[in-house]
Design a protein around this ligand. Structure first.
Ligand code: GLN
Length: 490
C-alpha cells in the first residue's frame, strides 16, 4: 500500500470505492503510525484499535453489500471532550479520568452515521481551558514540527494528530480559539462553525455561550467533509439553530479559474496588526494577503474593537460560565471522588481540589468572583455589554467586506515548560477570542514557516458564511502548497 496518511479525505474515499485498499487496511495503517510515533507526540489519550478495526470490518462488509456512503470506512478521531458511548471521555482531567459516557454526543453520532471510523480520543487542555495543551492531566502534547514545543490548545491533540498523519481529520472545539490556534501552531487547517451550527449536546461544557465544535484537516476540502458530516439542527441543544446545512463540499468543487477570488473583499483590521505581533509572522500574513490579491481579491481596511478589550471581556465571561458549568462536578453524581471524606463539605472540597488542576481552579475562582453579589454589575454585566459592542464592530466591518483576515496567533509555537504566567498565555488568544464573543465562523489555514515552525492566517466570516471561509481557503490552497507539508517524525 502507498502512504495513505498523505492522502486527502477525497483520495481516501476514492481509494476505498475503487478497492485500492479496504477500510481494515487503511485503519491498520493509521493505527501502525500511531503506534510508531505517538509516544513522542502524545496526541491520543485513548486509542481504540480493536473497536476501530471492528468498525472498519463492518464498513468493508457494508460496502461489499452495496452501501454507497462515500465516507464509509474513512478514519478520524475525536477531541476528548465529546461524549462517546462505551469509550472514556476524560476532558483531559483527573476529574473525569474514569468517566465513560452512557451516550454519544450528537455530533459524534452524526459523524458515525456518515460511515467514519473513530480511532479514539485526543488529548486536550483540561476542560478545554488553555492554549498550550500543557494543562492536560494526561501529559503535554508535543508539536510534531518540534517536539520541544507546544502544539497549541486546547485541541492540541487534534491538531498534532492531523499534522502527524495519525488521522486525516479530527474534531475539535473552540471556545476562544481552541481549534484555530493549535491549527496555526501545527500547520493544519481548522474551522470553527457559526455558533448554533453544530450541536453542543454531549460536548462537555466549558463556556456554553461560546463553545462550538469544528473540524481539523490538512486542507479546507478535508475540513469541509468533516464539518458537513457533523453539522445540523438538534432539538437536544436549545442553542442549535434550525437552518439548512449547505453543501460545502459541492461548493468547493465550483471554485476555480484564474481568479477564483475575483470580487471578494477581504477586510484587514489594523487593530490586529499592532504591537505584540511577531514581525516574521506578520511578514507571512502579508505574503498570503498578496496571494489573495493575485487570485482576484481586494483588500480593504476595516476596524474592529481593540483586541486587548476583547481579551479582557472573554476572560471575565468565559470563566463566569465555567464556574457555573463546572459546579456539577461535586464528587457525588459522577467523576472523581476523594478518599474517606469526613463529611459532605469535606467530600465537595477535597473532590474538587484534588480532581481539578490549577488552571481550572483559577478559572472557577475568577468566574465565581465576577458573578458574586458585590461584583456582578461591575464585572459580569459590564462585560456582557462590551460583548454586544464587540459584535457591533464586527457587523460594521462586514458592511465593507465579505471576510476578515488576521494573524491567528501573534507568535509561532513556543517551548514546552517555558513557565509563562497565565496572563502571558492568555495574550496568545488575543486574535481568536473576538470571534467567539460574536458567535462568528472562523478558520485558520497554514501560510508558511518561520524558523521551521508553521504560521496560520485566520479568516473570519459573517454569521452562517462558512462557505466563504472554505472557498477562500480552497482557492489559496489551489495556488500554494503549505498545507501539503508534513513534519518529519522519527
Ligand atoms: N485558550 C482559550 C482559553 O484558554 C480558549 C480555549 C478554548 O477555545 N477552548 O480559554
Amino acid at each position: 500500500m502507498t502512504t495513505p496518511h498523505t492522502l486527502s479525505v477525497r483520495e481516501l474515499a476514492d481509494g476505498l470505492q475503487t478497492k485500492q485498499f479496504s477500510s481494515v487496511e487503511l485503519t491498520q495503517h493509521f493505527l501502525d503510525r500511531i503506534n510508531m510515533h505517538d509516544k513522542a507526540v502524545n496526541s491520543f489519550i485513548t486509542a481504540t484499535p480493536e473497536l476501530a478495526l471492528e468498525q472498519a470490518k463492518t464498513a468493508d462488509e457494508l460496502r461489499a453489500k452495496g452501501d454507497t456512503r462515500p465516507l464509509l470506512g474513512v478514519p478520524m478521531a475525536h477531541k476528548d471532550n465529546l461524549c462517546t458511548q462505551g469509550v472514556l471521555t476524560t476532558c483531559g482531567s483527573k476529574m473525569l479520568a474514569n468517566f465513560t459516557a452512557p451516550y454519544n454526543a450528537t455530533l459524534v453520532e452524526n459523524i458515525a452515521n456518515q460511515g467514519f471510523i473513530s480511532l479514539g480520543k485526543l488529548n486536550m487542555d483540561e476542560f478545554a481551558m488553555g492554549s498550550d495543551n500543557e494543562k492536560s492531566y494526561f501529559g503535554a502534547v508535543h508539536n510534531p514540527y518540534d517536539l520541544d514545543r507546544v502544539p497549541g490548545g486546547s485541541s492540541g491533540g487534534s491538531a498534532s494528530a492531523v499534522a502527524s498523519g495519525f488521522v486525516p481529520v479530527a474534531t475539535g472545539s473552540d471556545t476562544g480559539g481552541s481549534i484555530r490556534q493549535p491549527a496555526s501552531f501545527c500547520g493544519v487547517t481548522g474551522i470553527k462553525s457559526t455558533y448554533g451550527r453544530v450541536s453542543r449536546f454531549g460536548m462537555v461544557a466549558y463556556a456554553s455561550s461560546f463553545d462550538q465544535a469544528g473540524a481539523f484537516g490538512r486542507s479546507a476540502l478535508d475540513c469541509a467533509y468533516l464539518l458537513q458530516a457533523m453539522s445540523g439542527y438538534d432539538p437536544k441543544d436549545s442553542t442549535s439553530v434550525n437552518k439548512e446545512v449547505p453543501n460545502w463540499v459541492g461548493e468547493l468543487d465550483k471554485v476555480g479559474g484564474d481568479k477564483p477570488l475575483a470580487g471578494l473583499k477581504v477586510g484587514v483590521p489594523t487593530e490586529y496588526f499592532g504591537t505584540g505581533l511577531n514581525a516574521d509572522v506578520k511578514a507571512k500574513i502579508d505574503d498570503a494577503l498578496k496571494v489573495y490579491q493575485e487570485l482576484g481579491a481586494t483588500l480593504v481596511d476595516v476596524h474592529l474593537t481593540d483586541p486587548q478589550i476583547t481579551l479582557a471581556t472573554y476572560y471575565l465571561l468565559a470563566p463566569a460560565e465555567a464556574s457555573s458549568n463546572l459546579s456539577r462536578f461535586d464528587g457525588v453524581r459522577y467523576g472523581y471522588r476523594c478518599e474517606n471524606p469526613k463529611d459532605l463539605q469535606d467530600l465537595y472540597t477535597r473532590s474538587r481540589s484534588e480532581g481539578f488542576g490549577a488552571e481550572v481552579q483559577r478559572r472557577i475562582i475568577m468566574g465565581t468572583y465576577a458573578l458574586s453579589a458585590g461584583y456582578f454589575d461591575a464585572y459580569y454585566v459590564k462585560a456582557q455589554k462590551v460583548r454586544r459592542l464587540i459584535l457591533n464592530d464586527f457587523l460594521k466591518a462586514f458592511e465593507s467586506c465579505d471576510i476578515i483576515a488576521t494573524p491567528t496567533a501573534p507568535t509561532v509555537a513556543y517551548k514546552l515548560g517555558e513557565n509563562l504566567s497565565p496572563a502571558e498565555i492568555y495574550m496568545g488568544d488575543v486574535y481568536t477570542i473576538g470571534v467567539n464573543l460574536a458567535g462568528l465562523p472562523s478558520l485558520s489555514h497554514p501560510v508558511g514557516f518561520v524558523g521551521g515552525l508553521p504560521v496560520g492566517l485566520q479568516l473570519i466570516g459573517k454569521h452562517w458564511a462558512e462557505n466563504t471561509l472554505l472557498n477562500t481557503t480552497h482557492a489559496y490552497q489551489g495556488a500554494t502548497a503549505f498545507h501539503k507539508e508534513m513534519p518529519k517524525l522519527g
